[in-house]
Design a protein. Structure first.
Length: 357
């Protein structure tokens, strides 16, 4: 059973069809990338509308939906297609539709009832996309293999005097030339005091002896992402730097060990948070412990202080505690773990003990 068939079996009562326009969800259901397209999924049929730029490729690649040439304005095209068909109640992706777009739907599809309750998003994100099949996990492993190889490469590349931007560009080039279809996100390289900024942008700061260098990066393979962070030292670290690093590493390993089927996500977050707080650094760990990864870099479930989910079979989640001392340095260590239905597997193979360059 393909993904669209699984989806059809789960369509809520009272919904005749779902209208899917977001790129990530189209990619997920069709296995086909395009900047344009609308996927209409009814209980018995599915249709993919796209324009002349993609029609030939779509007909060659898409097997789970009927491919239809989109002529003219997309919504007008959809309106014409729906005329005379029994699809009157349509569910829209509430998380992906703007007010202006919704107004256009209301105007063009005035004869239809539009459902923006969010039920469609919950069905796709929580019931379907959250649970990774073995094949999806294989793709994430392939993406992570590129990421691990990149880390091994960059360790031999970094030299004192290089800028953060130079290091990031080398990492991007390596991943894209060694199997990545794209980058998961803009690579982060943060050195010295910039390491205290969790989402620092690589700049012209030159790395120097005594720096911690934090690198957060990932690759995309066949639509699926990887995500990894490592912090390394350029030259011998101080005693305090070692204490912070070891605290983060201890917290991360403890959280991974606590991630078992049925454990509340908030409790897994609490394991790492308690260790960091007990070491006196609670005020310097401000973000959640981790997030799901799949066809988007941030998916469900999340390990944080607000989550109502439990960790369960099929979940792929990052575990990434950090300590960030403003104006001084920061440390973050991140792996991806996967519950394969029998056990929890760490998909990240790169060394986590402190590496001194």
């Amino acid at each position: 059973m393909n993904k669209i068939q699984q989806f059809q079996n789960l369509l809520p009562a009272g919904i005749d069809a779902a209208v899917i326009t977001s790129e990530h969800n189209r990619n997920y259901f069709l296995g086909f990338a395009s900047s344009n397209g609308t996927l209409l999924v009814a209980r018995d049929k599915a249709f993919f509308f796209t324009d002349s730029r993609y029609i030939t490729a779509a007909k060659e690649a898409v097997t789970s939906a009927e491919v239809v040439l989109e002529k003219g304005v997309p919504l007008a095209n959809l309106k014409a297609f729906l005329a005379g068909k029994p699809y009157r109640t349509l569910a829209l992706e509430a998380k992906h539709i703007t007010l202006a777009r919704f107004a256009a739907f209301q105007e063009e599809l005035a004869g239809c009832t539009l459902d923006i309750s969010g039920e469609l998003d919950r069905l796709i994100l929580h019931t379907l996309r959250r649970k990774k099949s073995p094949e999806e996990a294989r793709k994430i492993r392939a993406a992570q293999a590129v990421t691990d190889a990149c880390f091994a490469h960059i360790l031999s590349f970094i030299r004192e005097g290089m800028t953060e931007k130079e290091i990031a560009l080398e990492m991007d080039y390596y991943m894209l030339s060694h199997g990545a279809d794209a980058l998961s996100f803009e690579t982060i390289v943060a050195s010295g005091e910039n390491g205290a900024k969790p989402h620092a942008v690589p700049g012209n700061r030159r790395v120097r002896q005594g720096d911690f260098i934090t690198m957060d990066f990932g690759a995309v393979v066949d639509f699926y992402h990887s995500d990894m962070t490592r912090t390394v030292a350029l030259g011998e670290p101080t005693g305090e730097m070692l204490q912070v690093y070891n605290t983060v590493l201890f917290a991360q390993n403890a959280a991974i060990a606590a991630a078992k089927e049925g454990v509340k996500c908030v409790e897994i977050d609490a394991v790492a948070r308690h260790i960091i707080e007990s070491a006196g650094y609670g005020d310097y760990f401000g973000h959640g412990l981790g997030h799901g990864v799949g066809v988007e870099i941030h998916e469900e479930p999340c390990f944080n202080t607000r989550s109502e989910d439990v960790f369960s079979a099929g979940d792929v989640v990052t575990v990434e505690p950090g300590i960030y001392l403003p104006g001084r340095f920061g440390v973050r260590i991140e792996d991806m773990i996967y519950h394969d239905g029998q056990k929890v597997v760490n998909l990240t193979e790169s060394e986590k003990k402190l590496i001194v360059l």
